[in-house]
Design a protein around this ligand. Structure first.
Ligand code: PLP
Length: 486
């Protein structure tokens, strides 16, 4: 610490402000609501859907009236939603009919200078103003002063996405798949965004030339069989533009599957139009991963969006982020995963919150994630359980973490425990003739059809297990012990 660099002064100011914010009694601030909360500002469950009768909630009607008094049709028009994203405090307060305490209002300006705000009217309508301080929708969308509390272990690009990038906007980390960022925009700026460094930077759409560079890299790299499109949010691109990208990728013979990561079903469900779905259907096999963090986000509108995608034959997955004060609770997570599978969405990953700048207040200990998995595995359907992963800093990739089930092991028995605490044994076979593998597949009895089998070279721990590779240890380069060896 010390020194009077601007960053440092800013930091001191933040520290001071933070101690102020801690003293704010949220309960108190309801007393200065203007006007006090009424029934109409109270958001409750949406009406069950009836065929042909798609109502808005009371809160949605109110916000719609406040914005421009237009029709329900406009509310459900994603472009209308985007045009009316809430980016400033006055609009936020007016639409929700609340007034925040002065300290919060002052802090707001400081935070959004660094990390701007954008909330769709739809997502805003899910905020429960009766219990703002604990509201998961509010916490995910409204700036908190803690975002300016950058810790010494925080990094602007903890996953080294920019370093493992052979061409701008493309990250090639794993052997057979790449991440291609095709949009710099999002409908809602998640406060917990791992790419916070870029948020609001330039709400631009990368040009065809720029995207073509990524596509050319993929074309020139035959081992890439899976392409993940992300951003920003790919679904903020026009349907035609996205269609063009998918067509170009489809032309590449070695690309077997395309995935799209989007949060629109949760924050802008009206983006999932019939037109979009018709376009997507042309590009199978196409998978979509979405991002729901709390059961409250699965509204009638969201469910309708998910139904359209699933009906189009698109396998749906969900990637949640474990967030302190939002979903760090086994019961909340269980409710979330149950709602997801009931809507044909398979929980895919639960992420430990990354070490990006400004996220420290969202982080939980890893133990919280393990506790949540402990409460899911065995207790509920296997396909409800996401893989809990820590995305390793410095580009190590996703590392799965879970409770231990293998308790002990001898030469012919393993001891295991189940979710109930039963300790049990599994007797291993007395005679097992392993197939010795020297990679001479022609002499092997296993019926591997060589034409279909990809070339295969063992990597990492897998290498240590292989018969045909005599590597006996993986030793990090550059450690002191190694340098001493000269
Ligand atoms: C998450 C990620 C992938 C995909 O990983 P899967 O485990 O296959 O879902 C690919 N590239 C990068 C850079 C990623 O962060």
């Amino acid at each position: 610490m010390g020194g009077k660099t601007p960053a440092n002064i800013e930091y001191q100011v933040m520290r001071a402000l933070r101690s102020v914010v801690r003293t704010v009694d949220f309960k108190q601030f309801h007393k200065i609501h203007v006007p006090p909360p009424t029934k109409s500002s109270f958001v409750k469950r949406e009406h069950p859907e009836k065929k042909g009768f798609r109502m808005l909630t009371q809160s949605q009607h109110k916000i719609l009236n406040e914005i421009d008094g237009s029709s329900v049709r406009n509310w459900k028009d994603w472009k209308w939603q985007l045009r009316h994203c809430i980016k400033d405090l006055d609009t936020f307060e007016t639409l929700l009919d609340i007034r925040l305490p002065e300290t919060l209002r002052r802090q707001f300006k400081l935070i959004v200078e660094k990390f701007p705000m954008s909330i769709t009217p739809y997502y805003l309508s899910l905020i429960d103003t009766e219990d703002l301080e604990n509201d998961p929708v509010f916490k995910q969308s409204f700036p908190a002063i803690n975002e300016l509390d950058v810790q010494s272990t925080d990094m602007s690009d903890p996953l080294h996405e920019d370093r493992d990038s052979p061409v701008p906007g493309l990250t090639h980390r794993y052997p057979d798949r790449v991440l291609l960022l095709i949009s710099n925009t999002c409908a809602m700026y998640c406060r917990h965004c791992t790419r916070k460094r870029r948020v609001g930077d330039r709400d631009t759409i990368p040009s065809r030339e720029q995207i073509m560079k990524g596509i050319e890299y993929i074309r020139d790299t035959p081992q890439v069989r899976d392409v993940l499109l992300s951003g920003g949010d790919p679904f903020l691109l026009s349907t035609d533009y996205l269609d063009w990208i998918l067509i170009e990728l489809k032309k590449i013979e070695h690309v077997e599957v395309i995935r799209i990561g989007t949060r629109t079903p949760a924050v802008l469900p009206y983006r999932i139009t019939d037109e979009l779905v018709e376009m997507l259907k042309k590009h199978h096999p196409l998978w979509i991963n979405t991002h729901f963090n709390h059961p409250r986000e699965l509204t009638a509108s969201s469910r309708a969006a998910l139904r359209k995608l699933a009906d189009a034959g698109i396998p749906l997955g969900n990637q949640s982020v474990l967030l302190s004060g939002v979903n760090d609770c086994p019961r909340i997570m269980r409710s979330l995963v149950h709602k997801l599978v009931a809507n044909r969405v398979r929980p895919y990953y639960l992420y430990q919150c990354d070490l990006s700048e400004g996220l420290s207040h969202f982080r939980t200990p890893v133990g919280k994630g393990i506790e949540i998995l402990e409460s899911l595995i065995g207790h509920t359907s296997g396909f409800c359980v996401p893989t809990y992963v820590i995305d390793a800093p410095a580009g190590g990739g996703k590392i799965p973490v879970m409770p231990n089930y293998l308790i002990s092991w001898s030469t012919n028995k393993v001891v295991l425990r189940n979710y109930e605490g039963v300790i049990t044994t599994y007797k291993e076979p007395d005679s097992y003739e392993p197939t010795f593998c020297d990679r001479n597949c022609k002499d092997c009895n296993l019926q591997l059809s060589l034409e279909d089998a990809g070339e295969f070279r063992a990597v990492g721990i897998e290498k240590l297990l292989a018969d045909y590779d005599d590597t006996i240890a993986l030793v990090p380069r550059n450690n002191d012990r190694h340098r001493r060896r000269g």
